[in-house]
Design a protein around this ligand. Structure first.
Ligand SMILES: NC(=O)c1ccc[n+]([C@@H]2O[C@H](COP(=O)([O-])OP(=O)(O)OC[C@H]3O[C@@H](n4cnc5c(N)ncnc54)[C@H](O)[C@@H]3O)[C@@H](O)[C@H]2O)c1
Ligand SMILES: [Zn+2]
Length: 357
């Protein structure tokens, strides 16, 4: 049985369907029916079978166009943004037409940003095909592209018209990518979702072997938390910051490795280890809770070693964090398991101690 959730406020509210066969006419047709033309954007790493299935479901409700980008972060470049805009203009897309993103977070981010900018905004739908995109980037309306000065520096808050999460597409996802997405699932359990925490503890085997019902359930629970938070705080003025748990340090680790050495989720797992340790050092969580958190990360065999990172080397990246306000670093810490807080009052020496150095 498929599940559904809603995110967004008032006229920007959208439906998120989650299920084993969610890429189906019954979910897509209602979203497509008033659009004359539709541009499907994907990348060449997304299995052709998925694209074929989306195409078949969309036909004949709308006139279809396709752009297949080269996979990887480069697809989020200014050049690729320009190319897609030109494609839309040359093919006379107007404001009543539609974009459908079929892919991971890269495809979702560039498609969403194009949709937010072309003719000051046309509708778009997300069909996320990686676990990370399903539990994170497809929900919440953040869209972005990269510029040479940094990743995701240009973008917009722009909600999709709908999100279709078909869990069967994950079958072809490389294990490393699946695990990267799992780090975000663990994040939701740690910041807000007690039920998800116990599910992750009890169902390890079924999750690792991608048992369909359990995967559907952990995606549903993850989005439940994400949708609740982003609906309360659409433009990141407050509570939304807790979604960044583990990310101040995780981003520093990724940037330190020039985004080549380590996948996002692998870095976030290390970042969550550091943030949990600081929460413990700040006497916010007990030793027992601290251990519970580390045990969960270990259960999913995340490499939590930090030996290769010297605090002095990570520090410049840590202080480049988006959560810095008036020169003060704000940290997302835990007050207990499944309860995150944002605070700027912490002992700065614990930043270094959190890394274990
Ligand atoms: N907008 C947001 O809120 C948000 C949140 C988190 C991350 N992001 C962004 O998301 C991006 C990362 O997303 P990602 O981890 O999905 O990476 P990705 O989009 O690069 O996808 C990873 C790889 O998997 C391939 N792939 C996609 N679906 C597949 C499938 N079903 N089977 C096999 N291979 C498949 C892709 O072609 C790609 O090569 C980053 O650019 C990041 O900045 C955005
Ligand atoms: Zn993340």
């Amino acid at each position: 049985m498929s599940k559904e959730l809603y995110a967004g406020q008032r006229k920007n509210k959208y439906r998120i369907v989650i299920g084993k066969d969610a890429i189906a006419k019954k979910n897509l047709i209602p979203l497509l029916k008033c659009h004359n033309k539709t541009l499907i954007i994907s990348d060449d790493g997304v299995p052709f079978k998925i694209l074929k299935q989306v195409t078949a479901v969309c036909k004949p409700s709308t006139k279809l166009f396709k752009i297949i980008l080269q996979h990887g972060e480069k697809a989020k470049s200014v050049q690729s943004f320009k190319n897609i805009l030109n494609f839309l203009a040359v093919n006379n897309f107007d404001r009543t037409d539609l974009i459908v993103a079929v892919g991971g977070g890269v495809v979702g981010d560039i498609s969403g940003y194009v949709a937010s900018s072309y003719l000051r905004g046309i509708k778009f739908i997300q069909i996320p095909t990686t676990l990370l995109a399903q539990v994170d980037s497809s929900v919440g309306g953040k869209t972005a592209i990269n510029i040479s000065a940094g990743k995701n520096l240009v973008g917009a808050f722009y909600n999709p018209k709908g999100v279709i999460i078909d869990t069967s597409v994950l079958q072809t996802l490389p294990n490393k990518e699946f695990k990267s997405g799992l780090a975000e699932v663990i994040k939701y359990a740690l910041i807000e979702n007690k039920y998800l925490f116990s599910l992750l503890k009890v169902q390890v085997k079924k999750i690792i072997s991608m048992e369909s019902n359990v995967i559907e359930e952990i995606i549903y629970r993850s989005i439940q938390t994400k949708a609740k938070i982003v609906t309360k705080d659409e433009k990141e003025n407050g509570i939304r910051a807790i979604l960044n748990f583990g990310h101040t340090f995780g981003h520093a680790i990724e940037a330190h490795g020039k985004y080549k050495k380590i996948l996002h989720g692998e870095a976030i797992a290390k970042g969550m280890k550091i943030a949990s340790k600081i929460s413990y050092l700040e006497n916010l969580i007990t030793e027992k809770d601290h251990k519970k958190i580390i045990d969960l990360l270990k259960l999913y065999e995340f490499d939590l070693s930090l030996d290769q990172y010297k605090y002095q080397e990570l520090k410049p990246y840590i202080f480049r964090d988006k959560k810095i306000k008036a020169g003060k670093l704000n940290l997302v810490l835990l007050r207990e398991v499944s309860k995150a807080i944002v605070t700027s009052s912490f002992d700065p020496r614990n930043l270094q101690k959190g890394l274990g150095t």
